[in-house]
Ligand binder design. Sequence first.
Ligand code: ADP
Length: 540
Amino acid sequence: MLSTMQDAPLSIATLLRYGSTVHGGAEVVTWTDFGAQRRSYAEIGRRCAALAHALRGLGVTGDQRVATFMWNNAEHLEAYLAVPSMGAVLHTLNIRLFPEQLVHVANRAEDHVIIVDPTLIPLLAPQLPQLTSVKHVIVTGDTTAGLEAPEGVQVHAYEALIADQPTEFHWPEIDERSAAAMCYTSGTTGDPKGVVYSHRSIWLHSMSVCMTDGMALRQGDNALAIVPQFHAMSWGLPYAAFMVGASLLMPDRFLQPEPLVRMIAEARPNFAAAVPTIWQGILHHLENHADDVSSMKTVVVGGSAVPPALMHALEEQHGITVLHAWGMTETSPLASVAHPPSSATGEEAWRYRYTQGRFPAGVEARLVDDTGAVVPSDGTSVGELEVRGPWIAGAYYGVDAPEKFDDGWLRTGDVGKITPDGFLTITDRSKDIVKSGGEWISSVELENLVMAHPDVLEAAVIGIPDPKWDERPLVAVVIRDGSDVTPTQLKEFMVGRVAGWQLPENWVRIAEVPKTSVGKFDKKRLRTQFYDGELCVEHV
Ligand code: ADP
């Protein structure tokens, strides 16, 4: 029997219409050289219509791809909303890809138009001649910033292009399963792979972001979206903000601790989202500067494991609650958030909060061992995490990757355990686990322990070859300026907190842990440095 309910498609256009009318007074604030630049959601709605008309005028039809090469700002938000709403597909290009990766992904996606920030022209322009499908480049702002395009490519200034366009658009009705946006993984462990989101998946994911046990985003919030719009859709914040009328604070290219902290002090957001390394930087900055971050109440942190020491420092020194979350580009990305059960208090609540969180109803999860057998979610059995659900990728764009899927489940490449009440603990990425004498050592656990030492700023652990044990952990540690703590003392600090055989005997002091394009510890680079003999290893 069919239901008697209406079959209204879940579409980005609905979010755009709703946010720009019912919440027309909410704002997106972009940080600039001259401070905050404000734009209401009502104005965003009008500019989205104008942008859609302009793109139609450039010949964008059907599901053609419109790419962005941009920082987080109001114009990027306009592209997020206008492009899918008109039926085209938004492709967020990672501005920090290697040139050959950028050429590869833009050609593969057959991008027709690229919207670029003037400050990023030097990164894009050299590759433009090789971007075979691109016909138009739109430079945000009033001018084309001197961009000279190769033959066959037209260059436009964003403001001039939308200036005389109508401020209403008849958004077409779109099948909710059609593509709305695409994004490549950041390639922490391999080559970037493309994921294509549907209108439906984005809608359902946005609802999950706004749920109380998700990120609990709501009307009246002022959310600082530090996580880039070119990385995993800024964790869904732009669409979720339009869904509930939360205002957005966009940091543009001002991503260092000093401007971020100034932004917080002046624009007074109460919510933010970013990877752990950003918060480590902010915390370090606040040790020497008395900026007012008292408006900030909740920060969602994920993308890599959040060290408990970071959670405690933010909460105890600055009154900021860290919500630890887990996800992947392939999972839209929010797939679990660590809200402790209401019955847990004190230490028990903290233990829940250290985990990668609890799965919502829309994400089914299971663990699988080396033989492919499902292992129980009993809180102790360890296996590779597999997930499925309406906002989880079921394939990659343009490539066959059967090894990444298992009978309809996405193989995450993450190894961990799940409690019977659905809390996930990631012990490692399968590629980062240290395999010592047939036993596994969690690089994340060792990193968290070392980073719990007050004189340590950062620590990353990789496995290095060992004639007796196959592999042993190497700790690359960044020691706080002025401290004379030694690796031997750090190792002693770990005694009793981890099994004796896991205590690392290989240490290297470095000035900074190398980071990926999105600020994760770049263990690929660390391994290369080790094999190239660039690291001066101390054995303790
Ligand atoms: P990439 O795989 O290139 O890094 P993503 O940015 O999509 O691309 O990263 C997803 C991965 O990030 C996950 O598979 C997991 O390994 C890691 N990750 C995300 N959140 C967490 C977290 N809270 N704790 C540990 N690892 C995390």
